[in-house]
Design a protein around this ligand. Structure first.
Ligand code: SF4
Length: 283
């Protein structure tokens, strides 16, 4: 018996879906499938991403003299910088990822629920989640989820109803998994001059940009860095790994458009759900 499936079935539980799920599962069928598996609630990370965006903007505004800012939602990039480029570690922004932010929000309102993140990579489980044991009870990759659905006989075509996420607010940060999603959804452009923001994915490109900053060749002040090619859509634990980056982007953008007409607009603006939560962290 799968231990993670047991955790879901034997407890009140919440599935937090990384938006990369759209590469592997149909929407909104996936919501019905997860509920059938045993989840009491199913949500995205997007509300957490919104809170992280605001925390980034506040951090930048409150550090006007800082010469460089590095975003930190990717645990692989954080570890890479800490181990390979320790001289840049002080520029990592000490703010949690959308996964951790969303888990904090859910645990505040539903402390008796188990929070399970459904992830495109193992780094979230092995590197990041252990830092937040009070908020994240388990991480399941998209590949593991597919396997569990197969074992349980849960089929996409059996879930064709109009399912809705258990959302707090209207969402608009669904493009986070695409490289540059953070920079484009956080309105950071207003806080930097033209040409000061760099969006970079892939570890070789990240290494190059850090080297260029070291030698003074590059004048970037905000780095939006993700380890995988194309961003989290290149995550190694996605089932549909063989699609090209362009094909993956197209699927995510189609999903964004489809689901935007389908959100719970009446809940827009309920930011009080995250009031008094500290989204700062020690990296
Ligand atoms: S960029 Fe890759 S390693 Fe980093 S969080 Fe996304 S999927 Fe995981």
């Amino acid at each position: 018996m799968n231990k993670k499936a047991d955790l879901i079935k034997n407890n009140k539980s919440i599935a937090m879906l990384a938006p990369t799920f759209a590469l592997d599962f149909k929407y909104p069928n996936i919501i019905g499938m997860l509920r059938h598996l045993g989840f009491d609630k199913v949500t995205e990370l997007t509300y957490g991403a919104r809170m992280v965006n605001w925390a980034y903007a506040d951090y930048v505004k409150s550090h006007p003299d800082q010469k460089l800012f590095i975003s930190s939602p990717c645990p692989t990039v954080v570890s890479f910088i800490q181990s390979q480029y320790p001289e840049f570690a002080e520029f990592l922004m000490p703010i949690v990822s959308p996964m951790a932010a969303m888990a904090m929000i859910y645990k505040k309102h539903h402390p008796d629920y188990k929070v399970v993140f459904i992830s495109p990579c193992h780094a979230k489980e092995n590197i990041e989640a252990p830092k937040f044991p009070d908020f994240i009870d388990a991480v399941m990759t998209l590949q593991e989820l597919k396997q569990i659905f197969n074992e349980e006989g849960i089929k996409e075509d059996d879930f064709k109803k109009d399912y809705y996420f258990d959302s707090f607010v209207r969402e608009y940060t669904k493009i986070y998994p695409i490289s540059g999603g953070l920079a484009s959804t956080s309105h950071l452009g207003k806080l930097f001059k033209e040409g000061e923001i760099s969006v970079t994915d892939g570890i070789l490109n990240i290494r190059k940009i850090l080297e260029d900053i070291k030698t003074g060749e590059s004048k970037y002040r905000f780095l939006d860095l993700l380890n995988c090619d194309g961003g989290c859509i290149g995550g190694p634990a996605i089932n549909n790994k063989d699609l090209s980056v362009e094909e993956k982007k197209k699927i995510i953008l189609e999903y964004t458009s489809q689901s935007s007409e389908h959100t719970m607009g009446k809940h827009e603006g309920k930011v009080d759900y995250a009031k008094d939560i500290d989204f700062g962290t020690v990296l």
